[in-house]
Design a protein around this ligand. Structure first.
Ligand code: SF4
Length: 741
């Protein structure tokens, strides 16, 4: 019997270990010799997930061979059909275009948009090509939409990025404070570990802050259904009470922080009555929350998109971190501010410099010394890396509108569904003179905007590493060859680099060599992983960073509860963390008479992002057959609208047509639409046709979580019998694990 391949689930940032086994033989066809079909199950040996997987991980192998892009395809214009071409022709087209754009528009006429689906090796080679050799920082990733506010919050409060906590904290905390995260559906296995701990220990409190009564909120001891956008008011209100009660740790504040006086000045403006009124909650609930926080030995806060996807996302993250600083709740078991990442390797992207303002090894573009270190390491002349941060993905769309882009290169992501203000985004994509789209699947919505398609090897077809939310790095070995002519992303970037004349910089022959070089560049940095290599990961299993080469490999591999800042020394120049004196500014687009509802968006248990994989898996399609709009019964009554009736949801930018799910699980005045449906999977159901593109001025993350809309009943054929029951995940479905034998 074949040994299972041990790898990582390629969906969310929880990073569950998988074992993948062949189960049957797929017949040969014109493109591919016969190959095994595969089945995934939880890997009991993986420290992060301990054998558990959710439905996405359990079914992921079913999507491996569905609708794969097998050959490079080229067309002269978006109106022409694609024609298959050789890799030679495809690579020539890219190289010629890059050279032409450098001469006409300069290096900043090139924009590359990648994804947390990349392995770290893909990210690293892309940074070396784009930021190093081409001399533009215009590389951004879909992590911009997902957690760039968390990155900015950590950097500004602690001096460096990096979640300081680990999953062991889920089982040692006595107060879990979840804000802006529906972890039960979006990070199910991490939530499962917390939920088990909560169930077993009556003294452990679970507080959930969310305008919706999500599956996470349903099992909480206390659910604060705050008004969308009132997070900072709530957090400052908790801070006000902690200050009033003297529930502080003066020795931590005095010895390890800066800026407390300015923060207390802000807190004066958030007395309980004012906060409760602005947040739309009871004073008693606010006081209970603050009391639980004050009395807890260890407070663990968890958040994801609900804080990050906001025009004041960084301020929200920092307002949360303030509470940990004033109470000394970090750097020890069960305590700390823990950002849950969305993409499987969003963390690896952060380590490898995969956003337009950062460089490998948790370095910043704006720091001259950081640029110099990377230039020297890459053997490039001083000044080769541009001093200015590159364009975020939103800025790339604006640059397309202004005809300032000569080449747009998109890889492993689907912006024609996931970016805000989608009608305008699509119009901008149509303006691109030449778009390369590198992906494993075809069709996708974004392929319709491409001139050149490049088939990419995906999960399981290339060897590389991924880092999950708790900084655990897992080796993901290739267990099958790529189909057709698909190639690993890092190989494509490296080949383009060589053809542009950078043979020395891209002399890699294996991804292990890529990783070795990348790891060296982390030496002495907060994310030091010089003690990590493909060989060590293969023999010792997953390793958590920091892991400098001085660390004993065996110890490094068996310890998965390393916390950051355990001695209270932070990564700032003076070693002190920074309080942030932040006030709430509110929603960028508040509701008004014409658009009276706040629309919020989110994810469902079974689907992943824009359905590129999960839309091709029957079990998940049956679980979530179609999009819907959640509305409170009183709002529905006022319209009047009945359950299952169709409505048109309109914002200033676009519309969506959806059936209504009437539910008490949402606040009055707030509506919810899942974000998974692009034009490939349903007509007029794109939530991002409605959202606006205002971003956090510090992180550049768009406010995908809130926009103002109106609702108009429309005639539509009734739902058929398979879709009458608009789906909601149940707790039992979330907590069930796949077979692990
Ligand atoms: Fe994959 Fe589910 Fe684990 Fe996320 S929680 S990594 S989707 S199995």
């Amino acid at each position: 019997m074949t040994d299972p391949a041990k790898t990582l689930c390629p969906y969310c940032g929880v990073g569950c270990g998988l074992e993948v086994v062949p189960v049957a033989q797929r017949p040969a066809n014109a493109d591919q010799p016969g190959q095994p079909q595969w089945q995934a199950r939880g890997d009991r040996g993986h420290p992060s997930s301990q054998g558990m997987v959710c439905v996405k991980g359990a079914t992921v192998a079913e999507s491996i061979d569905r609708d794969r892009l097998l050959h490079p395809m080229l067309r002269a214009s978006l109106d022409d059909p694609f024609e298959p071409v050789s890799w030679e022709v495809a690579l020539d087209a890219i190289v010629n275009r890059i050279q032409a754009v450098r001469q006409t528009l300069g290096p900043d006429g090139i924009c590359v948009y990648g994804s947390g689906q990349f392995q770290t090796e893909d990210y690293y080679v892309a940074q070396k090509l784009v930021k190093g050799c081409l001399g533009t920082n215009n590389f951004d990733a879909n992590s911009r939409l997902c957690m760039s506010s968390a990155v900015a919050g950590y950097i500004h409060s602690f001096g460096a990025d990096g979640p300081p906590c680990c999953y062991a904290d889920l089982e040692t905390t006595d107060c879990a404070f979840l804000i802006g995260t529906n972890a039960a559906e979006c990070h199910p296995i991490a939530f499962n570990r917390l939920r088990k701990h909560h169930k077993r220990n009556a003294n452990v409190k679970l507080i959930v802050v969310d305008p919706r009564r999500t599956d996470t909120a349903k099992v909480a001891d206390l659910h604060l259904a705050i008004r969308p956008g009132s997070d900072i008011t709530l957090l400052n209100g908790i801070g006000h009470l902690l200050l009033r009660w003297g529930a502080l740790t003066p020795e931590f504040i005095d010895g390890h922080t800066q800026g407390f006086a300015a923060y207390t000045e802000v807190l004066r403006h958030y007395p309980p009555e004012v906060v409760a009124e602005r947040c739309g909650i009871a004073v008693a609930d606010l006081e209970t929350t603050a009391r639980i926080w004050a009395d807890a030995k260890a407070v663990l806060s968890l958040w994801s998109m609900g804080l990050n996807q906001s025009s004041e996302g960084t301020a929200k993250v920092r307002a949360l971190i303030n509470l940990h600083l004033m109470t000394g709740q970090l750097g020890r078991p069960g305590a700390g501010p823990f950002s849950l990442t969305g993409q499987p390797n969003a963390m690896g992207g952060r380590e490898a410099g995969g956003l337009s303002h950062i460089l490998p090894g948790y370095r910043l573009v704006k720091e001259a010394e950081h640029r110099r270190q990377v230039e020297q390491f890459w053997g490039l002349p001083t000044g080769q890396i541009a001093a200015k941060p590159g364009l975020s993905v939103g800025e790339m769309m604006l640059a397309l509108e202004r005809q300032q882009v000569g080449l747009l290169w998109i890889a492993a992501t689907n912006p024609a569904v996931s970016l805000p203000d989608l009608n305008r985004t699509k119009a901008a994509l149509r303006q691109s003179p030449f778009t390369v789209y590198q992906d494993a699947y075809y069709p996708t919505e974004t392929a319709a905007f491409a001139h050149l398609l490049l088939p990419a090897a995906q999960w399981g077809e290339k060897t590389g590493t991924m880092t999950n939310s708790e900084r655990v790095i897992t080796l993901c070995p290739a267990f099958r060859p790529p189909p057709g002519e698909a190639r690993p992303d890092w190989e494509i970037f490296a080949e383009v680099g060589r053809r542009l004349g950078f043979a020395q910089q891209f002399a890699f022959t294996t991804s292990a060599e890529v990783h070795r070089e990348f790891a060296q560049l982390t030496q002495g940095r907060p994310c030091d992983m010089t003690g990590v290599s493909h060989a060590r990961l293969a023999t010792l299993g997953p390793i958590q960073w920091p892991c400098p080469d001085s660390e004993t490999p065996d110890t490094a591999a068996t310890k998965h509860d390393k916390r950051l800042y355990t001695d209270g020394t932070f990564a700032t120049a003076d070693g002190r963390a920074r309080f942030a004196p932040v006030h709430e500014k509110g929603l960028a687009e508040p509701p008004d008479e014409r658009y009276p509802f706040v629309l919020t968006t989110g994810r469902l248990y079974g689907h992943w992002h824009t359905q590129t994989r999960t839309g091709r898996i029957e079990k998940i399609q049956k679980m979530h057959p179609q999009p819907f709009l959640e509305m409170h019964p009183r709002d529905a009554e006022q319209m009047p609208i009945e359950e299952g009736a169709w409505v048109e949801v309109r914002s200033q930018r676009g519309l969506a047509r959806l059936p209504v799910l009437v539910t008490l699980n949402i606040r009055r005045g707030t509506l919810f639409v899942p974000m998974h449906w692009g034009s490939l999977w349903a007509d007029d159901a794109e939530c991002n046709a409605l959202t606006h593109s205002e971003v956090c001025p510090i992180s550049g993350q768009p406010e995908l979580k809130a926009c103002a809309v109106q609702v108009v009943p429309v005639a539509h054929p009734p739902l058929d019998s398979t879709t009458q029951a608009l789906p909601q995940a149940t707790e039992s479905s979330i907590l069930s694990a796949a077979p692990t034998s």
